[in-house]
Design a binder for this molecule. Structure first.
Ligand SMILES: Cc1cc2nc3c(=O)[nH]c(=O)nc-3n(C[C@H](O)[C@H](O)[C@H](O)COP(=O)(O)O)c2cc1C
Length: 193
């Protein structure tokens, strides 16, 4: 019998239309094998975190983000690198999603990290920082494979679609490993059964 499909939510830490990292998430949607279903959440509508606003109730886009994360078995984050850090857009979304602390939708959530940049570093520093931050949210970050995409201008077309055959295989490999990670952790009774 076919295993229960693994649901993965892709989040890119960029708002740019032709973003390489949004392209990585689109590639994941396109390349997902049959037992894996990938959807994407767009961060355009997420407001800046403000604890005073939070105290009066989460804004609708934040409610939608938390619901989307809560409904899936795993997260796939594609991060750009800004000044050797993760971009504010992504950090802000994680900050909202990390609330309330110790009982947030990120707690116990399997997560894989990837990233693309036009430089030679391929977002190595941003990914290390992201992995570190996700530890504090209680997320369970997939150790390997890592997916760093350097020299991105040579691997995506002008629309931001991933055209490099080797990187497309690597994206699929991350999806397969993340699905196995989610099944192995079995934190969702639906998957454990
Ligand atoms: C404010 C800013 C800082 C950046 N810093 C870095 C950096 O530290 N390392 C890097 O590899 N690229 C850096 N870049 C270039 C980004 O990698 C590049 O703009 C990339 O296309 C962003 O990802 P996206 O295509 O998904 O939007 C920076 C870009 C901006 C706008």
């Amino acid at each position: 019998m076919d295993p229960t499909p693994i649901r993965i939510l892709g989040i890119a830490g960029s708002l740019r239309r032709a973003s390489f990292n949004r392209g990585l998430i689109r590639a994941a949607i396109e390349l997902a094998p049959p037992a894996i279903v990938v959807s994407a959440f767009d961060l355009h509508e997420i407001p800046m975190f403000d604890a005073d606003v939070e105290a009066t109730g989460d804004p609708a886009p934040v409610v939608a983000l938390k619901r989307a994360i809560g409904e899936v078995d795993a997260l796939l984050i594609a991060t750009p690198e800004y000044n050797h850090c993760i971009p504010g857009v992504l950090k802000n979304a994680i900050d909202w999603a990390s609330r309330p602390p110790r009982s947030s939708v990120l707690g116990g959530k399997p997560v894989a990290v990837m990233g693309a940049s036009p430089g030679r570093g391929g977002t190595a520093r941003a990914q290390a920082q992201l992995r570190d931050g996700l530890t504090y949210t209680g997320s369970l970050v997939l150790p390997l494979p890592e997916l760093l995409v350097p020299l991105a201008s040579t691997k995506f077309d002008v629309a931001g679609d991933l055209i490099d055959p080797d990187t497309r295989v690597e994206v699929r490999d991350v999806l397969v490993a993340l699905a196995a990670w989610a099944r192995r952790l079995g934190q969702d009774e639906r998957l454990a059964s």
